[in-house]
Design a protein around this ligand. Structure first.
Ligand code: TEU
Ligand code: CA
Length: 552
């Protein structure tokens, strides 16, 4: 039918469980911690929670290395507690999306243990094994977490492929038994009542056989990906009457590919996470090599996705997650204009067309970790990168500087609930240091800040998406693409128009004549009904940013 899908006016909140809230004092966030903070989520008004992995795992990559897909890691709780959490969320009208990590398993998953046990084990072909090529690795692919993407298994004399850590061997999706096992597991979770999946690096599951040997240096997506996703759709999602949601994480995906993955008639996915806008501020060859990104570049990139998926497909909208720096530190000013920056970024993102994703802590304006020593880092990517770069002769201080901006641990420090010890995250010692700014930046203080509450502002944006078809579905037109500090666009649906203006600078901004004229003509025709944001108390008048959003 032509009825818009329910998720066109939904907002998703991502929980990274290890860092959200600890209920038993071991310093690691857990399911009990989430259950203790559901009021916060309900107050924000989010529709869906996406839970990063909580399955049994040796935790080499904080749960993205799964050793049992059908159980909860004891660090986080039990299946009974999981069912209780799911019930609590549903009672509050919030859906739950699980992280589905099936490009790879843990090297301690029984499937891999069987697979590596001998050349003729029935599960040998469940993973990707190759003979050495001229005495070295089968090809020159690199792991995302440093080193080769191949590890030699001495016992059988073959290499196995791992696009991530050696503890994360890639499954062989070309084997129909693997697909059946994954689909059965997905059905098991849906039968338990979960509302969908966020699919980890799902565009990597299809490998091109020809590229797996020789001098190939760059991994590419295989064409079978569409068949795999369509088969998944038939065997897992088709015929279920619940309102589900699927989002595929797809590094490197293009707009044209995304239109295929998310086109309604293709029965693949509801939406994808694309990476173009989070790749603009670093060199292509390494995420750790920072480069200056201008506002016009960011606007052009997001605009390209808005227009590219305007008639076929659907966007997911995000500025941060557990793999990215804190959005206010990366795209805004996390010092003097922290609150203005956080609300501006929220405004711009949430008023695009697509489904917005909020990463835990962004709704209270949490900032990068500000670690100064390598011992403070935990993330396998950061730790491996530091070792590799320093071994290659780079200055440790420079590498630390790179990590200070880009490390995934920036987004993984514990959530600040209040100004008490350890920010109210734990009664014990947190697994990763709490950011010292928790005494001022915390959920309790933020909710109490009235007009200066970032969470309160998010709440209004979420309400707006729920109540306004214009915000959910309206056409997007970017204005002033080349303006260095103004983020301006319109949305249009039927007779309704919205004009969104964001001053992405710490200075006063004079509106370009074309935008001023647009305002004038709209006002004359009675089109623009001004809803000025309530005056903000804090910055002195000469520092005040113009209202970030105006809608008619
Ligand atoms: O991330 C995939 C991914 O490509 C990157 O965002 C990754 O985090 C890394 O920064 C590459 O440089 C997903 C998960 O979100 C991430 O947490 C996992 O570590 C990864 O897959 C492996 O499962
Ligand atoms: Ca705990």
């Amino acid at each position: 039918t032509d009825e818009p899908k329910w998720w066109t006016n939904a907002v998703v909140y991502q929980i990274y469980p290890r860092s959200f809230a600890d209920s038993n004092g071991d310093g690691i966030g857990d399911l009990g911690g989430i259950r203790a903070h559901l009021d916060h989520l309900e107050r924000l008004g989010v529709d869906v929670v996406w839970l990063s992995p909580i399955y049994r795992s040796p935790q080499a990559d904080n749960g993205y290395d799964i050793s049992d897909y059908r159980d909860i890691d004891p660090l986080f709780g039990t299946l009974d507690e999981f069912d209780a959490l799911l019930g609590d969320l549903h009672d509050r009208g919030i859906k739950l999306v699980m992280d589905l990590v099936v490009n790879h398993t843990s090297d301690r998953h029984p499937w891999f243990e069987a697979s590596r046990s001998s050349l003729d084990d029935p599960k040998r072909d469940w993973y990707i094994w190759r003979d050495p090529h001229e005495g070295r690795e089968p090809n020159l692919w690199r792991s995302a977490f440093s080193g080769s993407a191949w590890t030699l298994d001495e016992a059988t004399g073959q290499y196995y492929l791992h696009l991530f850590a050696a503890q994360q061997p890639d499954l062989n999706w070309a084997n129909p038994e693997v697909r059946d096992a994954v689909f059965a597991m997905m059905n098991w979770w849906l039968d338990r009542g979960v509302d969908g999946f966020r699919m980890d690096v799902i565009n990597f599951i299809a490998k091109v056989d020809a590229d797996l040997t020789g001098d190939s240096t760059e991994a590419v997506m295989g064409p079978q990906i569409h068949d795999y996703l369509q088969q998944m759709n038939r065997e897992v999602f088709a015929g279920r009457d619940a309102d589900l949601i699927t989002v595929g994480e797809m590094p490197g995906v293009t707009v044209d590919e995304a239109a295929l993955f998310t086109g309604a008639d293709r029965l693949e996915l509801d939406m994808v996470f694309q990476f173009e806008h989070v790749g603009l501020d670093h060199e292509a060859r390494s995420k750790f090599l920072r480069r200056e990104m201008s506002l016009p570049e960011l606007k052009r990139s997001l605009d390209h996705w808005q227009t590219g998926l305007a008639s076929a497909g659907w966007n997911s909208l995000y500025l941060g997650n557990h793999d990215q720096p804190r959005s206010v530190s990366r795209f805004g000013d996390d010092g003097r204009f922290r609150i203005e920056s956080a609300t501006l970024l929220a405004t711009v993102l949430h008023l695009h067309r697509g489904t917005p994703y909020i990463y835990q802590g962004d709704e209270i304006g949490m900032t990068n970790a500000a670690f100064t020593s390598i011992d403070q880092y935990d993330d396998i990517e950061s730790v491996n990168y530091y070792a590799e770069a320093v071994a290659a002769g780079e200055s440790p201080d420079e590498v630390l500087e790179q990590l200070r901006f880009r490390s995934r641990d920036n987004a993984r420090t514990p959530v600040h609930w209040d100004a008490g010890a350890q920010a109210g995250f734990t009664t014990g010692t947190p697994w990763l240091a709490v950011n010292p700014n928790y005494t001022t930046v915390n959920a309790a203080a933020d909710w109490a800040a009235g007009d200066r509450s970032i969470a309160g502002y998010y709440r209004r944006l979420i309400e707006l998406r729920h109540s306004s078809a214009l915000v959910a579905l309206g056409d997007f037109i970017l204005l002033e693409p080349e303006h260095p500090t103004l983020y301006a666009f319109t949305r249009a649906l039927g007779d309704e128009r919205a004009l969104v203006l964001g001053n992405v600078s710490g200075d006063e901004l004079a509106l370009p004549p074309a935008v001023a004229a647009l305002i004038g003509s709209g006002a004359r025709r009675g089109r623009w009904r001004w809803q000025r944001r309530r005056r903000q108390r804090c910055p002195p008048a000469d520092r005040q940013l113009p209202p970030a959003a105006r809608r008619g």
